[in-house]
Structure formats: structure tokens, C-alpha cells
Design a binder for this molecule. Sequence first.
Ligand code: THU
Length: 165
Amino acid sequence: MDQLLMKKVEITTSISVYDSIDELPKEVFTLMNKAIEAKKKAYAPYSKFSVGAAFYLESGEIITGNNQENAAYPSGMCAERVAIWKVSSEYPEAKIKILAITASSSSQVLKEPVAPCGACRQTLSEYELKQNSNVEVYFMGEEGKVIKTNSISDLLPIAFDKSFL
Ligand code: THU
């Protein structure tokens, strides 16, 4: 009975896939290289998994971040959140246009794009909704393909937001 009454809704998302960093639009290539530079300064002695993130703001400014770990493991923080909080704390009115993310592991060469974790998606979603315009997201591993989504909401459909509070 229930099955007859329920409505099925399909949610679709789409991604673009670039074969390599060299195929990115020029400004995104530059931004991804900033993320690669930031990744080198990650503090990841426990996981040995380094992540770099770089935001391109409407002002033209680039803000970067990397993961910061802690001997009390849950006290560490992902690169994306370190970077977004740098942006929001320093430039609370900034409009973010693009986010680039890259990661490296000491145990393997990451050839597949490394997607942002769920907690980072939720955090990033807050700021995309706040600024009322989409943030393009590009993410890759250490080498190889780069995935692009047009927005954070493409990465986190059916998000929790302030309308529920
Ligand atoms: N990490 C990030 O920086 N971003 C993510 O989206 C996923 C995971 C970090 C957290 C931790 O320092 C290490 O990668 C291994 O999980």
C-alpha cells in the first residue's frame, strides 16, 4: 500500500572530467598549482596523507589551506575547512568563485581524484548558501584526472541548512 502512495524523485548531478591538470582553464590551472603548493605545507605526521585547498575569490585574491593533524586525532582539521575558515574569518563578505583541491599519500601515488569529505561538504555548503552564488569545485589526486562540479550543492544534495533552525 505504502509503495503505491510514495513518490519517487530522482536527483541528478553532473561532473566534468579533465584528463589532466594541463587541460584546466588557465586561472584554474594557476589555482590548482596554489593548492599543490599549500599541500606541501600540510601537517600530517599521523596519516601521512596531505591535502591542499585553494579558493579563488571574486576580488582576485587566492586563499589556501592544508590539513592540520593532532596527536589527539579528532582535534585535527581537513584542508578545505582550514582554508574556508581562513577566507570567512579574514574576508567575511568575500564572494568565492572557485575551489581547487589536491591530495598526496605516502603509501601510494593518488591517480584518481580525491573528493572532499562529508563534513567539509556540509561546511562549504553553508558559505555557498550564504553568498547565494555557486562555487565551482575542482579536485584531483596527486596526478591524473581532475573532476569539476559546478557547485557545492552538486556534491551535497539535500543538505541541512538554516531553514530548519
Ligand atoms: N582530509 C582532508 O584534508 N580533506 C578531506 O576532504 C579528507 C581528509 C585529511 C584529514 C586527515 O588529516 C587526512 O586527510 C586523512 O584523513
